[in-house]
Design a protein around this ligand. Structure first.
Ligand code: BQF
Length: 296
């Protein structure tokens, strides 16, 4: 039937223009531009692509930024020292450590070392806890992006049955918390499903809103989706496609062609949640600047 696309690409462009206008205002008042730094360890091709998106978005909104590269052999101690330096650098409003880190470096140890005031990815347990209690916090970028999509498209979440697939600290767990809260978007009845959940198909078929963050291409098929459902596809999976020059293409967790005709709203991949994730990082950086760098 006729579904509406939740166009994250267009929405992120719109929000980035709003951020740019705010940055121009700051500059005209004599403030410096907000600054985002990023640490990239190694040269994982997906991470390189994500970093490019982030640096380009900084340019679009008028932030200054810098990408700090370390070789894949960098020691954990070296990265912890670097985090400490960025924590203490007054010219940096926020910074991120691009994940995944090489196996010999403990992600959690590094994330714990980030000053929560500069933690614009919202991964520090302090920000996670503040978010869970409904206090002011940096929201993790992907859940924040999903909330923005729901808000700007006026999707009613109150009293709705939401199914979240995947329980990562970065996506599944926080979005399930945010949508459970007494807020708008929010006030949903949330089910958090994962690899040990039985009857996923049945639960999915009864859900008004499905948010998939599994990383399994074509996992959500038409037989699992209720007529009129809202489907948010967080998956970013590269699959072989010999019809493409590159030999591959990106797909989500959802069999888009089969599922979309059943939906009231659905996000595409690419161009859905992904661009909103990057946009949310810009919003968090602006927030860090305003909250901790401006006189109140
Ligand atoms: C799009 C990410 C998994 C693990 C680590 C636009 C991005 C992706 C897709 C992007 C992601 C995913 C990022 C599209 C950043 C989102 O057009 O569909 C932008 O750059 N993302 C990341 O930094 O680390 C990840 C996913």
């Amino acid at each position: 039937m006729s579904y509406k696309l939740l166009d994250g690409k267009a929405l992120s462009t719109e929000i980035k223009l709003e951020i740019k206008a705010e940055v121009d205002q700051l500059l005209s008042k004599g403030f410096r531009a907000p600054h985002l730094s990023a640490i990239l360890v190694g040269n994982n091709p997906a991470s390189e692509a994500y970093m490019k998106n982030k640096v380009r978005s900084c340019e679009q909104v008028g932030f200054s930024s810098d990408l700090i590269r370390r070789p894949v052999e960098a020691s954990e101690e070296e990265i912890l020292d670097l985090v400490n330096q960025l924590n203490n650098d007054d010219h940096i409003d926020g910074f991120i450590v691009q994940l995944p880190l090489p196996d010999h470096i403990d992600d959690n140890k590094v994330l714990l070392k980030i000053d929560p005031k500069k933690d614009v990815d919202g991964f520090h347990p302090f920000n996670f806890g503040s978010m869970a209690q409904g206090l002011d916090a940096f929201l993790p970028a992907t859940p924040y992006g999903i909330m923005l999509i729901l808000e700007r498209y006026n999707i009613d979440t109150s009293g709705k049955k939401v199914l979240v697939l995947g329980r990562s600290n970065i996506v599944g767990t926080p979005i399930s918390i945010l949508l459970s809260r007494k807020s708008n978007p929010g006030n949903s009845t949330v089910t958090l499903a994962h690899s040990r959940t039985s009857n996923i198909k049945e639960i999915c078929k009864q859900s008004d809103i499905v948010i998939s963050a599994l990383g399994k291409p074509f996992f959500i098929t038409a037989d699992m989706v209720k007529q009129g459902a809202v489907v948010i596809d967080v998956g970013i999976n590269r699959i072989d496609d010999l019809s493409k020059k590159s030999g591959s293409r990106l797909v989500g967790d959802v069999d888009f062609n089969g599922v979309a005709p059943l939906c009231s709203y659905i996000t595409p991949v690419p161009g859905g949640v992904g661009p909103m994730t990057v946009c949310s990082l810009m919003l968090n950086t602006l927030k860090a600047f305003k909250k901790y760098r401006m006189p109140s």
